[in-house]
Ligand binder design. Sequence first.
Ligand SMILES: Cc1cc2nc3c(=O)[nH]c(=O)nc-3n(C[C@H](O)[C@H](O)[C@H](O)COP(=O)(O)OP(=O)(O)OC[C@H]3O[C@@H](n4cnc5c(N)ncnc54)[C@H](O)[C@@H]3O)c2cc1C
Length: 413
Amino acid sequence: MGKNVGAGSLGLWTHKLKSVEVISNYYSTYYSGPAVKMGAGVVGEDALPVVSKAGLRIVSGSCPTVGLVGGFAQGGGHSSLTSTYGMGADQALEWEVVLANGTLTTATPSKNQDLYWALSGGGPGTYGVVVSLTVRAFKDGAVAVGSLSFSADANESNDTLWAGVEAWLSNIPALVDGGATAIGILSPTSFSVSPLVLPDRDEANMRDLIAPVTTKLDILGLEYSFNVTTFPTFMDFYNIYFIPPEWQLIDRISGGRFVPRPVLQNSTAEFVSVLRDLTETTDAMIALVGVGSSIQDAIAPNAVAPQWREANMNVLAQLQWQYNQPWDFNLAQIDEINNVIIPKLEAVTPGAGSYLNEANFANPTWKEDFYGGNYDKLRKIKKAYDPDDLFYGPTIVGSDAWNVASDGRLCRA
Ligand SMILES: Cc1cc2nc3c(=O)[nH]c(=O)nc-3n(C[C@H](O)[C@H](O)[C@H](O)COP(=O)(O)OP(=O)(O)OC[C@H]3O[C@@H](n4cnc5c(N)ncnc54)[C@H](O)[C@@H]3O)c2cc1C
């Protein structure tokens, strides 16, 4: 997104603020129970082992290098646990934050409520410098984890493969309602889902949940592989699936689109034909993240984009950033995402918006896509807490008041 760097800017290095404190009995009028207080530099792989040792789990990014206090919780934050517990921002109990005027304060559902609302999902790097975040924690336990894959072999037409993908997509609302989250990857000739995560359930529950899909695959005569493992704790699962190096960094340019629940229920065939077209006509890697959250999951009202609550899926389209190519080559790739790929997805998901953390800085419709109906309220809160726009980043709330000149300086728009 290009938000954490800027020519001539002052950057704050948070990587040494690594404290992770387990609070066994956090008490407030809005939540009582286990919680975890994390310093600004804490990433998933710092927090999860400490939390797991205490017999707990928290909502964190899939990849171990995602900053939980920074972009993740401030930008929304989806996790393998989201369909059960909600978004990263939904877990926020208390933000400790340095304001633009230098004051250290806290924002909770009962103190500096407007700031709490904005920090919890209204976009990172916008309202203040967060020093720590306290989040709700949950009792740990078993996690059922599945993987499903099928491909078109020489004897099957690609139509059968795509009918299988359609069966998978039609079942996403039930899957998300059942508390599961799934990452699927498409190619022109195959589809694989891994991991499919179902917290606090076992193999039998997982098989029940995807029975409508496997039954359809059997009817189609599409050969598939489906495996389920039950891990004793969330950390046991996480160590196997997300700690390996391929999850540490992603050098890709992203675009994305939410898929509202009614599209998966009523327009699956149209959606599938767009996905098929994209995999057959572009080089983009298409990921389908089945995930759902509701405002009822949240500790208190927050600024997670309303579009997140309508969605049961986040589609990601990614192209590799080419370091050995000139800047213009990569700009052309961003252009392909924004002006070829996303409009095709948009045609089947009108008004659905996209996730502000998994997108790119050149999205021409970022205001409505990333913030939806929250934008004007967020703009007022930004003006109240940061009247001189000390905090700037492309596509953050209020950034349209500035242009970046060719030498990197910010000029009033
Ligand atoms: C490998 C990888 C995997 C990912 N997986 C997921 C996932 O599973 N779920 C998900 O929701 N997202 C995921 N993302 C997207 C992720 O949420 C964003 O990249 C997010 O911005 C990361 O936040 P960060 O603080 O680590 O990054 P940074 O680039 O350091 O910061 C991002 C923004 O947050 C601001 N910021 C950082 N710290 C603070 C602070 N203390 N106070 C105020 N502002 C701050 C920065 O200024 C910047 O604007 C993934 C990204 C990558 C690269």
